[in-house]
Design a protein around this ligand. Structure first.
Ligand code: PLP
Length: 455
């Protein structure tokens, strides 16, 4: 920590020179930033000395909680030993090789290879390059289209933003989505399910994939990409009928299935990977975030045997990679982090122990007057704020109630995120029962506050 600069100076430097991601750059010139100075366990401490419970694990990523010296120690040791070397041109480094094997140990059967990247966005860019190369090797180069979903988030690079279905991102760039990317409707029953049961709706939305494949021609479609549950879109948990039907369609039309596990991977859903929770078998998985618990940047594409064998046996050169692919310090941190998740049984805890307690406590809000639905898996959840729970009608000026609720929670010591009027929860997997009680108490106050204004 730089002690030589006081907070006032730092805030001014930030305001004058720092263009922040996903922020209103105009407003920030007025409002400035809150400075987070340190963190421990599930708590953040800002420069005003305020302590806040981080109900969002940073940005869905700090799975093992803050302040784990083990990770700082391995990073420091690795930086002294070998701070950097590339993995291009037939070179590796010890932590990257160990990490590749460790990932194999925690992934479902049939995943024996990984390609390292620096972030989730780079992982999804890699997916695009890799699936097209795969079909080229299979002598089906016309298979180029990748089908994603409206309201999905797959990152911010040109490919990531294209695969994603965020209208507010596409609106700011006429080049988005890029060529050979198309989208189908999402399985968001609460907002779009109408009179259908969740199961009927899930099936209907999965069949949109079949319609799109037939429209584009299966001979032109390389892959379908989806998050097991849509995180940034609003923790949208698909009905039970959805993924089995998607799997059937991908198999039938010979389309690769890509699971974007950037949020769900490494324990968030109470399984190592989200696809295991929903019972489908992808061909590729993109990962990042929980892979290092955010302590250093790193991502990857975990490649199933069907694709890896073709790339290895027929592909020869794969002309793709990043300076920081397999970065030694990030890889060392990822190894230590995955061992903590494994040895402290955090995946099991998210499923059956503290995760179960968290889900039970949150479920008690289902009857709250401003709550339309509570949904949760493992240690990730959403509360839908709505005006009428029978008709699932949202409040007018969507986003206002969500912001009100989020801001109240923050002022009272809890970080939550709001996507429109959906309140999102994703605390560290290490959160204790007492900390869950605190999270629940502040959430209740926040919902009551919304009810006072809108009830
Ligand atoms: N994919 C999903 C599902 C994500 O939630 C995110 C980030 O939130 C990304 C990809 C992009 O990851 P990154 O921000 O590391 O590029």
């Amino acid at each position: 920590m730089n002690q030589s600069l006081d907070n006032k100076t730092l805030k001014q430097m930030d305001r004058d020179h720092y263009l922040h991601p996903f922020s209103n750059l105009t407003e920030m010139k007025e409002t400035g930033s809150r400075i987070i100075e340190r963190a421990e366990g599930v708590y953040l401490y800002d420069s005003e000395g305020t302590k806040t419970l981080d109900g969002f694990a940073g940005l869905w990523c700090v799975n093992i909680g803050y302040g784990r010296d083990e990770l700082a120690d391995v990073a420091a040791e690795q930086m002294k030993q070998l701070p950097y070397y590339n993995s291009f041109f037939g070179t590796t480094n010890p932590p990257a090789a160990e990490l590749a094997a460790l990932i194999k140990d925690v992934t479902p059967e049939g995943f024996n290879h990984v390609f390292f990247t620096g972030s989730g966005s780079e992982s999804n860019d890699t997916v695009v390059r890799m699936v097209r190369r795969y079909w080229q090797c299979q002598e089906q180069p016309s298979k180029k289209y990748i089908i994603g979903r409206h309201n999905a988030y797959h990152g911010s690079t040109i490919a990531g933003a294209s695969l994603g279905g965020m209208g507010y991102m596409h609106k700011q760039d006429e080049g988005l989505p890029m060529q050979f990317v198309d989208h189908i409707e999402q399985p968001y029953w609460f907002a779009e399910g109408g009179d259908l049961s969740p199961e009927e709706f899930g099936l209907q939305r999965a069949q949109k994939l079949e319609e799109k494949i037939l429209e584009l021609g299966a001979e032109n479609v390389a892959a379908f990409i989806g998050e097991p549950l849509q995180g940034a879109g609003g923790v949208i948990i698909p009905p039970s009928t959805y993924w089995p039907e998607i799997q059937r369609i991908c198999n039938q039309y010979d389309i690769l299935l890509v699971s974007d596990e950037v949020i769900c991977g490494f324990g968030r859903t109470g399984q190592w990977f989200g696809c295991q929770h929903f019972g489908y078998t992808p061909d590729l998985m993109s990962v990042a975030k929980g892979m290092t618990s955010g302590y250093l940047p790193m991502g990857g594409v975990i490649v199933g045997d069907k694709v890896a064998n073709v790339l290895v046996e027929k592909g020869g050169d794969f002309n793709h990679g990043f300076t920081y692919s397999g970065h030694p310090a990030s890889a060392a941190v990822a190894v230590a982090n995955i061992k903590i998740i494994r040895d402290e049984e955090l995946v099991e805890k998210a499923a059956n122990d503290t995760g179960k307690y968290f889900r039970e406590q949150l479920a008690t809000f289902a009857d709250h007057p401003v709550v339309g639905e509570v949904r949760s898996i493992g240690l990730v959840a959403a509360i839908e704020l709505c005006a009428n729970k029978e008709t699932r009608e949202f409040f007018p000026n969507q986003g206002d109630t969500g912001s009100l609720c989020r801001n109240f929670a923050l002022q009272n010591g809890l970080v939550l995120r709001a996507t429109a009027d959906t309140m999102l929860f994703s605390p560290p997997l290490t959160i204790s029962r007492e900390e869950i009680d605190e999270l629940i108490a502040i959430t209740k106050q926040s919902l009551d506050f919304v009810a006072e204004h809108y009830g």
